[in-house]
Design a protein around this ligand. Structure first.
Ligand code: PA5
Length: 462
């Protein structure tokens, strides 16, 4: 199981001005944490609670259908092209970047074991979209269009462009090159899928995009590129069981949530840095940023009181950011809680040759890149303690399906628990909806004419 070390947030290590008396706080909050964990587990099956993501470790039917589809299309495509944005893309990017061999798309077919290359289009930049058409052959591409609402402008615009190109290149056969992942009942993508006859996977009700990585949203692309989705499911399941434990001393998601919450409430630390020491985990930070920002950035609490709460997430990468952001983390405002992710065993070992023995870099010879990276992680931790800066460390024994699933699921539960501590709705995102509606209005969608006029007037004055 993955582990959390929270000692470097304790006042005994970093002093009372910036640290917490953890034993006391754990005792004070034990009852609240017990109630939150019990309540989340009791509410998870109730419609409208947005907690269905807590059941994704037990969704055997979807896993079976996804595996069946992946084996049916095995060897038929050179490329998978995923269209989606926000929660419909970031989990897929984080997991494939972590688990596929580095530089996957540049490897030969043989090196990829004949699994396809994978591309994610999670923005609507005309240059990068046109550029992509220069490097992939649509005739050999399977497009997975993912949108829970079924009508997000960015995703549907991408889809319209690509569908049109595919129709021109493939004729009627284009339909066999499209897989839709969307809501069961609502949305335009669902209607199009029915009408055009695309293979379709459904996202269960009551799952916000940022909590959907282990639904068909992620499982379909993961299976298509050969990741072991059974191991992913086992990782979620085992972590889910571990996180049902209401004893805060045994529950790492509750520990992470409470420490972040108290660092904000008691010590004014409103910035959360996610800093893996592994290039393969770089995009876990992007995924975490959305999870944390959209879930916790709220204007009102559940009692309708205006609170404007939220913890600002920052992504960083070790060791790269030791030469960029760590100066600020050490010496700038003491307003951050840093979470390191440490990998104990990398897939490979890379030795540094014993050369330049009588020079200032001779000490590196005979060591490994692995040792160097983890020594850098340790030195950053120690220097943060020197400056009385709090940090948490999540340790993974290695990067594989089982551990990555545990990591992401643990961070989801941590987010749900801290949302309860703040007494907010963790799962809505009214501002995202507002921006979507403004876009619809400005782009002339029927039904939005009134707000389009008001928007144009406002735009002229700002
Ligand atoms: O977390 C969320 O629900 C959002 O950020 C969505 O993932 C994002 O807006 C994309 O929405 P959709 O999947 O409906 O296209």
């Amino acid at each position: 199981m993955i582990k959390l070390n929270y000692r470097k947030t304790d006042s005994a290590i970093i002093g009372a001005d910036n640290g917490l008396n953890l034993e006391e706080e754990f005792t004070n909050y034990q009852e609240a944490i017990t109630n939150i964990i019990t309540s989340l587990n009791q509410r998870k099956d109730k419609p409208g609670q947005n907690l269905q993501w807590m059941n994704l470790g037990y969704n055997e039917e979807t896993v079976w259908y996804v595996k069946e589809f992946a084996s049916m299309v095995r060897n038929r495509f050179d490329n998978i092209l995923v269209l989606g944005i926000g929660g419909s893309a970031l989990g897929g990017i984080a997991v494939t970047e972590a688990l596929l061999k580095p530089y996957w798309n540049l490897l030969t077919n043989e090196q990829r074991n004949n699994f396809p290359r994978i591309f994610f289009l999670d923005n609507i930049d005309p240059d990068s979209m046109n550029g992509l058409f220069d490097v992939i052959d649509l005739k050999k591409t399977l497009v997975n269009v993912i949108t829970k609402s079924g009508d997000t402008a960015e995703t549907m615009a991408q889809f319209m462009v690509i569908r049109d190109k595919m129709k021109k290149e493939l004729g009627d056969d284009y339909r066999k090159h499209i897989v839709a992942t969307t809501d069961k009942k609502m949305g335009i993508l669902k209607q199009l899928a029915n009408q055009d006859g695309y293979k379709t996977f459904f996202i269960p009700d009551d799952i916000s995009g940022r909590f959907s990585v282990f639904s068909a949203v992620g499982l379909v692309p993961f299976a298509l590129v050969g990741l072991d989705i059974d191991k992913i499911i086992n990782g979620i399941k085992d972590m889910d069981l571990a996180l049902k434990n209401t004893d805060i001393h045994q529950n790492i998601a509750a520990q992470g949530a409470l420490i972040h919450y108290l660092m904000d409430k008691k010590l004014g630390k409103k910035i959360s840095v996610m800093m893996p020491y592994s290039s393969r985990l770089k995009y876990v930070s992007d995924w975490f940023v959305q999870l944390w920002a959209e879930s916790l950035g709220k204007e009102y609490n559940n009692n309708d009181e205006k609170i404007n709460t939220g913890l600002t997430p920052i992504k960083a990468l070790g060791a790269t950011d030791q030469h960029s952001q760590v100066q600020l983390f050490n010496e700038g405002p003491n307003d951050k809680l840093i979470t390191f992710i440490r990998v104990e065993n990398f897939d490979t070992t890379l030795e540094i040759p014993k050369e330049f023995e009588y020079t200032g870099i001779g000490y590196l010879g005979g060591k490994t890149i692995n040792e160097l990276l983890n020594a850098e992680a340790d030195s950053t931790k120690v220097s943060l303690v020197d400056y009385s800066r709090p940090s948490l460390t999540i340790s993974l024994e290695k990067i594989d399906e089982y551990n990555i699933a545990q990591l992401l699921y643990m961070l989801e539960v941590q987010t749900a628990i801290i949302g309860e501590l703040y007494n907010i709705n963790t799962f809505n995102h009214p501002s995202v909806e507002q921006a979507k509606n403004y876009t619809y209005a400005l782009m002339g969608r029927a039904g939005y004419e009134g707000s389009a006029e008001a928007l144009r007037e406002k735009l002229a004055t700002i």
